[in-house]
Ligand binder design. Structure first.
Ligand code: GLA
Length: 394
């Protein structure tokens, strides 16, 4: 979307000249591997996509936030006073924006005037591709820029967004999605250690292969899923381990120590949850090494095993995602496939031979339609940058 068109769409709604409108883009996030390891002090291996959310903004003279959107941004037409920023359950998109305003205000930042806001969504919402984090990322950067806060450390903005989700939205997410929003770079995946936040950028190249996102179209709002239950289960399990050993985070457990001490959990469900976390962390480390020496087959195997573990041990998949991954595993042109993000609906991520992408769409789509009565949607996206201001034609 060219920045000038975005600005024109903005002035179509709000009037005035495009000269005073500033335009931004925030990406969808992809996770190659590493689910539910972030808040357990483990590794993740994500990147940003080239699709995402566009936003345009201009200061107002009063203290109101006005919302408008091109199409499917929930909360179109809302007007919220800056002095009464409270959750509006039925307006998920607006809430994501408000959560960030709330976080800045609670941190004591002066936000002296209201804003006219306009959003154009070019990614699926509530589909495990980090739509809420993208809305928050764009909002945080807008706030920093428009109010001239001068926050130079992008990790600081990422942490504000994570806290906004934890406190205002009530979902106890880890840093992963916000990290991608602010730290991702086009053409690179980032190998992140979420315990000490050290990271390495690795050129994102699969020889002759494409990343294909398959959207089951099963939608969910993460706040209505058992996401927080999983966070609580992990915290409970950590406490039990800490009663017998020194341990900072579940991902600090080696698989040997876990196997040796798992009885301390005294609960089969907790054993399954921790088994996922410990072995998923190992899989990320292994997949990362395999990726760097171009052993795509090992990378694919780690992806497939990740799905099985999310399905059986962490129990965050659903029949649509299991079906999509299961069908993909049967195809000789698929390197690996698994559910992506928090789960309970949304998308799978698959590594597919470049010359077989059309066959993949057709064959997986046919099988899925036979089973569920409708076709999934696909995104064959390139990697992209983190959230940024867009000024020229892009
Ligand atoms: C959501 C959360 C992340 C992470 C993933 C699961 O995307 O925002 O912090 O926990 O789920 O890997």
């Amino acid at each position: 979307m060219p920045a000038n068109r975005l600005a024109e769409n903005f002035t179509d709604r709000y009037g005035g000249s495009t000269e005073t409108v500033r335009t931004f883009f925030a990406p969808a996030r992809l996770i190659l591997i590493g689910e539910y390891t972030d808040f357990n002090g483990g590794h993740v291996y994500p990147c940003a996509a080239s699709i995402g959310i566009y936003g345009a903004v201009r200061p107002r003279t009063d203290r109101e936030l006005h919302f408008a959107s091109a199409k499917n941004f929930p909360g179109e037409g809302a007007v919220i006073p800056l002095d009464k920023v409270e959750p509006h359950k039925e307006w998920l998109g607006v809430n994501s924006v408000l959560s960030v305003f709330d976080a800045f205000l609670k941190l004591g930042y002066e936000l002296p005037f209201g804003l006219d806001l306009y959003f154009d969504v070019d990614m699926p919402i509530g589909a495990g591709m980090g739509s809420a984090a993208a809305i928050q990322g764009i909002t945080a950067l807008m706030i920093d820029q428009i109010y001239g806060l001068g926050i130079e450390d992008r990790m600081e903005l990422a942490k504000i967004c994570m806290r906004a989700t934890n406190d205002f939205m009530g979902v106890k997410v880890g840093i992963l999605d916000s990290f991608v929003e602010f730290m991702a770079k086009k053409d690179f995946a980032v190998y992140l250690n979420a315990e000490n936040m050290s990271c390495r950028y690795v050129p994102l190249q699969f020889r002759g292969k494409k990343i294909v996102i398959t959207d089951s179209l099963k939608r969910r709002d993460i706040a209505d899923t058992p996401y927080n239950d999983r966070v609580a289960e992990c915290a409970q399990a950590l406490k039990k381990f800490q009663s017998v050993m020194h341990l900072n985070a579940l991902c600090d457990l080696s698989s040997d120590t876990f196997e040796q001490w798992k009885d301390v959990l005294m609960d089969d469900v907790l054993v399954k949850r921790v088994r996922h976390v410990v072995y998923e962390n190992k899989r990320v480390v292994r997949a990362f090494s395999a990726f760097r020496v171009k052993k795509e087959d090992v990378f694919g195997k780690m992806m497939n095993e990740s799905h099985v573990s999310l399905r059986d041990d962490f129990e965050v998949s659903c029949k649509e995602l299991d079906f999509l991954a299961g069908e993909a595993w049967k195809k000789p042109y698929v390197t690996g496939s698994r559910m992506m993000g928090a789960g309970f609906g949304g998308c799978t991520i698959s590594i597919v031979d470049e010359d077989a992408v059309d066959t993949f769409r057709k064959e997986i789509g046919d099988a899925f339609e036979k089973e569920f009565g409708y076709r999934p949607e696909y995104y064959v996206t390139d990697s992209g940058d983190g959230v940024k201001e867009i000024t020229s034609i892009e």
